[in-house]
Design a protein around this ligand. Structure first.
Ligand code: ADP
Ligand code: MG
Length: 683
């Protein structure tokens, strides 16, 4: 049996020492397969061009002849060498900086190929690279790949090694796409596609190779998702919830408000899934304030009334406390018990809680990551809900799910994405969307002001507080430094306490203990504090309906979705609410964010703009999102390919030959390697 490329370590490539192997490892490259999939992110164009086709400022490569006498100037430790060259029909001056030794080589009449920036106005090229064809040098005429490198791995070394790897092992690159697909899109064979991405003959060929591999990545991703779904659809071994409509209605009637039409619709979708023997795997997306929590509550109620336990996992302690409070309020009249498990529940208390949970004396547990610790057991877990799902990885959700026997799963997110996109990227989930907010909400007015208007902002704060409302003041975000964030919050808190001696000003940041944070939030809920100075720890989910003013300092530093989340902390009650963005953006993207925020408070529109501004890499690509990162494909730019791949996979899976025909063996092997058949989805 021949080895496959993922079994061959890179040190088997000629020229890769054990030392180099270790250095490559830091780039996520350990096997030949990894190396061959380490694609360049752009190309240097060394193909000769005629200057008459080039524009001022272009980087060009031209074949030229020396016609002048080189002139060397020195100043300080630096030097500048210039020489007249001709590339028919142009005569121009080539200049080299700090490479005085080139002078000797520039003999009259000698052919030279130079690469550099074309200054058309002054007929000059400042040379970045040159070759003498009479020495048989060889970049000219090619596109050179540019890889992401660093440390001891240099660009020229990695080019050489990848070239070597292709020579040694290129023949072992297997085809995995089935013939039907190759024919349908006229794709080149995989071997050639990978080789040509590293060493394109010309850009058209490189494009073709890339087109194929982008498709392949998206196709395999869709295959994994859809096969998982098809296989699990057949399995009727999910929890069957037996709760009847009358029982559910009793609970819904006890709520202090009537469900919106959108909520009613989603309620039906959820209950339908829960009653079926198939596993529910549903994503509920809805803008901030659209009322997702109550749907989680209905689902949790339904699981308890069917004889099971439910778990609600949230990303922060503050949020878990809040959910604990509101669920307890809702469930108390029905004799349903709710427990809280976070990192700060310890000792005796934790032990008791775990015991009650395991014995089934607690119906519902709310908590943070603490829920997925090894020693947490349920008597019979029927439903897992995760709020603000983008904060958790797929794996974390998976761990919680495995604490029961195929419990139903509901995940909720306030970062909505367009429905078609959702279906394509969350291929293994059903998607429900809350498209309207509860009636009677006053829209939030959003203003963008420059920092020199801070005095006016302070006046605005006192006006709102004097009306009986409360305000948040969010400190600037200082990248990579929680310590500075905290310092900022502390300083701002002092300033505000001095500016508003008549009010109680609270402070919230990530370095406080949970008990301290909790106490602060409780005081804010109960209006003992009128102004809360905070870092972004209040970002997700926090619900204080009396708060009507959100002020965000240096707002341009925050991402758009995050700004929208923060803004969503106000406008949650019947009071007119305001969001003030204090910013003097230096960058275009900062200004764009400010205008997006003042233009709209529709979360779907915001996330569309965010996607546009940040690019999908950032939007989806974070490890936290639980979504795959692709090597070549780009979730938005290649969205049409993604849809195409999705449809192709669906068609393929409908054909029973998929499970038997040798043409699909590589695909089935891939699924095997992803443990899809065991009913698990690994990322
Ligand atoms: P999110 O979707 O952001 O999680 P929440 O579930 O926290 O939103 O709901 C926001 C607020 O709206 C809460 O105070 C909640 O009680 C209230 N709410 C939810 N549904 C309705 C409704 N149908 N009518 C009126 N208020 C509602
Ligand atoms: Mg919420």
């Amino acid at each position: 049996m021949t080895l496959s490329l993922e079994q061959i370590e890179v040190k088997n490539i000629n020229g890769v020492s054990a030392q180099k192997q270790a250095e490559l490892h830091a780039f996520g490259v350990s096997t030949v397969k990894d190396l061959l999939e380490y694609y360049p992110f752009r190309y240097e164009d060394y193909r000769p061009r005629s200057l008459s086709e080039s524009k001022h400022g272009d980087k060009v490569t031209v074949e030229a002849k020396v016609i002048g006498i080189p002139v060397l100037q020195r100043f300080g430790g630096k030097s500048r060498l210039s020489c007249k060259l001709v590339a028919e029909p142009f005569m121009f001056t080539a200049t080299w900086f700090n490479r005085h030794y080139v002078r000797e080589q520039l003999t009259a009449g000698r052919a030279v190929v130079i690469t550099g920036k074309w200054d058309q106005k002054r007929s000059q090229i400042s040379v970045s690279d040159h070759e003498f064809p009479d020495r048989g040098e060889g970049k000219t005429g090619t596109l050179q790949p540019v890889y992401s490198v660093g440390g001891k791995i240099t660009q020229s070394w990695i080019r050489k090694i990848i070239k070597q790897a292709l020579e040694q092992y290129g023949e072992l690159i297997p085809e995995i796409l089935p013939h039907v697909i190759l024919r349908k899109y006229d794709f080149m064979p995989r071997k050639r596609a990978i080789a040509t991405i590293h060493q394109p003959e010309d850009s058209r060929e490189g494009q073709q190779g890339r087109r194929r591999m982008v498709y392949e990545e998206l196709f395999m991703f869709q295959l994994k998702m859809q096969a998982f779904r098809v296989l699990n659809r057949g399995r009727q071994d999910g929890v069957v919830h037996t709760v009847d409509n009358a029982t559910v209605r009793q609970f819904v009637r006890s709520l202090p408000f009537e469900l919106t039409d959108a909520q009613k619709h989603v309620e039906l979708e959820i209950l339908h899934d829960m009653r079926s023997p198939y596993n529910m795997n549903r994503l509920l997306q809805g803008d901030v304030g659209s009322g997702k929590t109550v749907l989680a509550a209905i689902a949790l109620y339904a699981t308890v009334r069917s004889g099971f336990q439910g778990a609600l996992m949230v990303p922060t302690e503050i949020l878990s406390e809040q959910h604990m409070r509101s669920l307890t309020r809702m469930f108390e009249p029905f004799g349903i018990t709710v427990g809280l498990l976070t990192g700060s529940v310890n000792g005796r208390k934790r032990k008791d809680l775990l015991a009650s949970l395991q014995m089934g004396m607690i119906d519902i547990v709310v908590g943070t990551h603490a829920l997925i610790q090894e020693d947490v057991f349920f008597r019979e877990l029927g439903l897992v809900v995760t709020d603000e799902q983008h904060r958790f990885g797929v794996n974390q959700r998976g761990v919680l799910r495995r604490k029961g026997y195929n419990p139903d799963v509901l995940t909720m997110t306030a970062t909505p994405i367009p429905r078609t996109l959702a279906i394509s990227v969350f291929g293994d989930m059903d998607v429900s969307t809350l498209s309207e907010r509860p009636k009677g909400r006053v829209p939030i007015s959003t203003y963008w002001v420059k920092p020199d208007l801070m005095e006016r902002v302070l006046k605005f704060i006192s006006r709102e507080i004097d009306l009986g409302r409360q305000a948040y003041l969010i400190c600037p975000l200082i990248e990579e430094s929680e310590k500075l964030d905290v310092q900022n919050a502390i300083d701002l808190h002092i300033q505000m306490s001095q500016a508003f001696p008549a009010y109680k000003v609270g402070l919230l940041h990530g370095r406080m203990t949970s008990a301290e944070k909790d106490e602060m939030m409780r005081a804010f809920y109960s209006n003992e504090l009128q102004l809360l100075v905070s870092t972004t720890v209040v970002e997700v989910g926090v619900d204080v309906p009396n708060a009507s003013l959100m002020i965000i300092m240096d707002a341009d530093r925050f991402g758009l979705s995050q700004l929208h989340q923060l803004r969503g902390r106000v406008g949650r009650g019947e009071h007119a609410s305001y969001c003030v963005l204090v910013a003097d953006p230096k960058s275009e993207i900062g200004r764009e964010r400010m205008s997006a925020m003042t233009d709209t408070d529709d979360g779907f529109e915001i996330s569309r703009r965010d996607l546009e501004l940040r690019g999908p890499g950032d939007f989806f690509g974070t490890k936290q999102s639980g979504l795959p990162e692709f090597r070549l494909a780009d979730m938005t730019a290649d969205f049409e390919v993604l849809e195409q791949a999705r449809d192709d996979v669906a068609e393929l899976l409908r054909d029973s030959a998929f499970w038997t025909s040798p043409d699909y063996t590589p695909l089935r092997q891939y699924l095997q390697s992803q443990q899809i058949f065991q009913g698990e989805l690994i990322d």
